[in-house]
Design a protein around this ligand. Structure first.
Ligand code: FAD
Length: 320
């Protein structure tokens, strides 16, 4: 499989994270079944964020690979990995059948800030893109699989090129020292071999559309998928602003604060995300990537409200 954003219907994709407990994994398997039912182009699994390691990410990625028809996309970070460690990890993921990656620098680990030295000898996402590309190139160009029922016979297939996605920041990265540094960083990732960009969350359609235009003018040619996060409570808004350094979106903050019930706040968040999705699609976005927070109801409702999904979704019966 590979990620193809060129064919209808509107390409959609989701991000999930590896839960900390076995019970969390069981619940997430159910969520993934629902997410898979709307045929996303891929489901991505975070790495390191919230303490998840390669092992727990890989467990979830292989579940998606084995139990659904959806392409799993593995986040990998420089943070927490040396060059040699990342090299081994990429091989382990490729051996497990994972062939799509999102190469990231990674968030500073708990207790560290952007000003601390928290990286080893892998210093940027562009270097990680290059490493993934190199590891892939070093592997044998063909795979051999036994042909069932024909003893000793093997089927030889050309190994397909892997997809390498990277992060993009419509409103700049908090670490940027000059206004367009994040676009230079995106160009460096493209030059290193990245084939797709996924954006940080943003709160206004124009943030994304203007960023895409500036990126194109600078020479970025890969598709730039808008990352949309339904903000369904004031607490979640505070948390994501803390994590991303984005500016407080006054209109959304007020709309959430004046809603007295959790259900009302959820509806505000869904309506806001759906409007955003519609705006960027109408402006030419190649699809929609949704931060699902390991829950399917909210993101599927966003897609329905944005007119991207026709209800109801088809959920396969796990007993059949
Ligand atoms: P880079 O591209 O390496 O750099 C980020 C920015 O730093 C650049 O835009 C540039 O402005 C600046 N910069 C780059 N090089 C230099 C330099 N040499 N000197 C000064 N400034 C420089 N984090 C996780 O830990 N796990 C995840 O699973 C995860 N998933 C994510 C998914 C998406 C879609 C996004 C948008 C982010 C995700 N993050 C995740 C967060 C991400 O790791 C952080 O935002 C990180 O700070 C930047 O990562 P990057 O890959 O863009 O880094």
């Amino acid at each position: 499989m590979s990620i193809d954003l060129s064919t209808p219907p509107v390409p959609i994709s989701f991000e999930v994270y590896p839960p900390r407990s076995d019970a969390g994994f069981a619940a997430l398997h159910e969520t993934i079944r629902h997410l898979a039912s709307v045929d996303p182009r891929f489901i991505s699994v975070t790495y390191g964020a919230g303490g998840s390691t390669g092992g727990r990410s890989l467990e979830l990625l292989t579940h998606i690979l084995r139990e659904t028809h959806i392409e799993p996309l593995a986040h990998l970070t420089c943070v927490g990995n040396t060059y040699a460690g990342a090299n081994a990890l990429i091989r382990e993921f490729l051996d497990a059948g994972i062939t799509s990656f999102l190469a990231l620098r990674g968030d500073p680990p708990a207790g560290a800030s952007e000003d601390d030295a928290f990286l080893g000898d892998l210093e940027s996402a562009a270097q990680l893109v290059q490493l993934i590309d190199r590891v892939q190139a070093e592997r044998a160009p063909y795979t051999e699989a036994p042909i069932p029922g024909v003893p000793g016979a093997v089927r030889v297939e050309k190994r397909r090129k892997i997809d390498i996605a990277v992060a993009a920041f419509p409103n700049g990265h908090p670490r940027s020292r000059y206004a367009s540094e994040h676009i230079d960083a995106l160009l460096a990732k493209q030059a290193a071999g990245a084939t797709l960009a996924i954006t940080q969350l943003f709160f206004h359609g124009d943030d994304y559309l203007a960023f895409v235009q500036r990126s194109r003018e600078a020479g970025v040619t890969m598709p730039i998928l808008p990352g949309i996060m339904p903000i369904t409570s004031p607490a979640r808004l505070r948390r994501v602003l803390e994590l991303t350094g984005e500016e407080l979106p006054g209109d959304l903050a007020i709309a959430l604060e004046v809603e007295p019930t959790a259900q009302g706040q959820r509806e505000v968040g869904i309506a806001h995300a759906a409007r955003l999705a519609r705006e960027v699609l109408d402006g030419g976005a190649p699809g929609i990537h949704l931060y699902a927070f390991n829950n399917h109801d909210t993101v599927l409702e966003v897609l329905r409200e944005a007119g991207v999904l026709t209800p109801p979704s088809r959920v396969p019966d796990p007993t059949r």
